[in-house]
Design a protein around this ligand. Structure first.
Ligand code: M3P
Ligand code: FE
Length: 311
């Protein structure tokens, strides 16, 4: 086993303005499975290939956006080590007890300089993907409905202090830079795509004055055909679409950006690269983000919503 440390984004808690509208979107239209609700009224949903208990948690609130993202780490010893490493680096951490989030062990919570809350955890009840573990089926018909994303894949977050956040993820959490977009002056990064695996990104950050903003949560689709089919379903249900279907030049992902009923942007996405950590990072100029097809490789334009519409 070569993957140690931080394994992957395991959950995101989203704020929605109306809980049942949110549930209709994520459960009935996107096709996640509702797993449970807790005493606070939060709804836990699972993507079909996630083997742990849940991928997305919805919390009703007066403003939309992201409460936090949780990364799963290898084991309890890794959790304790990373907690110590964060503290030694000067990051304040706190512990949420096992069970505060249902079916989930102790979480180590911390805020990064962009204003976003993250947490690390080592344990979440493994419920499986319904395919079995002995002579498994390739997919689970009972869990394959709606857009049928495989898993919660990554998020793009906007906030200040990009260089500090980038450094923390690389030096403490063991991520590597896969791609970046430079600012208009070419003097610093505007967006960084960071991976703790061989995905094109497990998390991405963009420089932005206001802290703690969500650009999108992304859901991995099985195929490009499934991205287009998700687009059909968006249209059938009048889900407002932002960009696509198209390809991002940056990361090469094939994509649609659209909005949930609270205005949180989500992405249906087919991964298209496998950047091992020995590969040199790819750099895009700010002009190339638009005209060079970084954002939209097919239309080659910088859609204005990309830089401005956030929750
Ligand atoms: C994604 C993705 C840009 C591309 C964004 C890419 C900033 O959202 O998931 O690959 O141009
Ligand atoms: Fe994305």
């Amino acid at each position: 086993m070569a993957m140690t440390g931080v394994l992957r984004p395991g959950h995101a808690q989203l704020r929605v303005l109306n809980l049942e509208d949110g549930v209709r979107h994520y459960r009935d239209i996107m096709g996640l499975t509702e797993m449970t609700r807790d005493a606070q009224g939060r709804v836990y949903l699972k993507c079909r290939e996630e083997v742990d208990h849940h991928s997305i948690i919805l919390r009703e609130a007066d403003s939309a956006g992201l409460d936090f993202i949780g990364f799963k780490v290898l084991d309890e010893a890794t959790l304790e080590r990373l907690e110590r490493d964060l503290q030694a680096y000067g990051v304040e951490t706190s512990r949420l007890p096992a069970g505060e989030m249902l079916e989930t062990g102790t979480r180590v919570r911390f805020k990064v300089p962009s204003g976003h809350q993250f947490e690390l955890y080592a344990q979440k009840t493994q419920v499986g993907n319904g395919c079995g573990t002995l002579n498994p089926t390739p997919w689970n018909p009972a869990a394959t409905h709606g857009m049928a994303p495989l898993r919660f894949d990554h998020a793009l977050l906007y906030g200040p202090n990009l260089a500090e956040v980038h450094k923390l993820f690389v030096e403490v959490l063991g991520f590597n830079l896969v791609e970046r977009v430079l600012n208009p002056e070419g003097t610093a990064n505007l967006i960084v795509f960071l991976s703790c695996s061989i995905k094109s990104h497990d998390i991405a950050f963009a420089e932005y004055p206001e802290p703690g903003k969500l650009h999108h949560c992304s859901f991995l689709m099985e195929s490009w055909e499934d991205v287009l089919r998700a687009g059909d379903i968006m249209s059938m249900h009048k889900v407002p679409v932002d960009i696509g279907p198209t390809r991002h030049g940056v990361t090469r992902g094939r994509t649609i950006y659209a909005w949930d009923p609270s205005g949180n942007r989500f992405e249906t996405f087919k991964e298209d690269r496998q950047p091992y950590p020995d590969q040199e990072p790819l750099t895009w100029s700010f002009e190339a983000l638009g005209e060079g097809g970084g954002l939209d490789y097919i239309q080659r334009k910088l859609h204005e919503t990309f830089l401005t519409v956030l929750t």
